[in-house]
Design a protein around this ligand. Structure first.
Ligand code: MN3
Length: 206
């Protein structure tokens, strides 16, 4: 996937994640916010044909190599493009599966147990000041790491591969939860597609 980037399909209806994420939030989030990042990313790259073959992952992993004139725009909008594409893909109506096999072992090794990971993840994402994301990412040694990033910054900018991410920008939850970010994060586990997360983890293991 490279320039021109296209808004990915959701893969489910706007109301499919209710009651945990409401249909209106999904409409605006996907159709306006994600579409905006997509359009702005393409606009930033339009006159830089030397970058048109690059994947969004490559752009983010090598962000410091980009021309200064577009670096900020690509950081924000390639991040927004990739983060949301992952976010939609790791959710499914009613959720799916539970960590098992290698992913389960990696989570246990890093955090002690799945419940301990969930607690840390919720505290980390809940504690991100202002807008950003909470992540489970795989580092260069194949270990899983939990941290948050500000704005649309991607774990790819730190040399890590995100496999689970939650959007904690207010646009992701405000209509339904207002200021109650912790309630949104607690409910969010109900729509996580662990089967996809496990596939993403497996794809990082040479
Ligand atoms: Mn968002």
């Amino acid at each position: 996937m490279a320039y021109p980037f296209e808004l990915p399909e959701l893969g489910y209806n706007h109301d499919a994640l209710e009651p945990h994420i409401d249909a209106r939030t999904m409409e605006i989030h996907h159709g306006k916010h994600h579409a905006g990042y997509t359009n702005n990313l393409n606009a930033a790259l339009a006159s830089h044909s030397d970058l048109h073959a690059h994947s969004v992952e490559d752009l983010l992993a090598d962000i410091d190599a980009l021309p200064e004139s577009i670096r900020g725009a690509v950081r924000n909008n390639a991040g927004g493009y990739a983060n949301h594409a992952l976010f939609w893909s790791i959710m499914t109506p009613g959720g799916a599966g539970n960590p098992s096999g290698d992913l389960s072992a990696a989570i246990d090794a890093a955090f002690g147990s799945l419940d301990d990971f969930k607690s840390k993840f919720q505290a980390t994402a809940g504690g991100q000041f202002g807008s950003g994301w909470g992540w489970l990412s795989v580092d260069g040694h194949g270990s899983v790491r939990c941290f948050s990033t500000a704005n649309q910054d991607s774990p790819l900018m730190r040399g890590m591969t995100p496999i689970l991410g939650v959007d904690v920008w207010e646009h992701a939850y405000y209509l339904n939860y207002q200021n109650r970010r912790p309630d949104y994060l607690s409910a969010w586990w109900n729509v996580v597609n662990w089967d996809v997360v496990a596939q993403l983890y497996a794809s990082t293991q040479g």
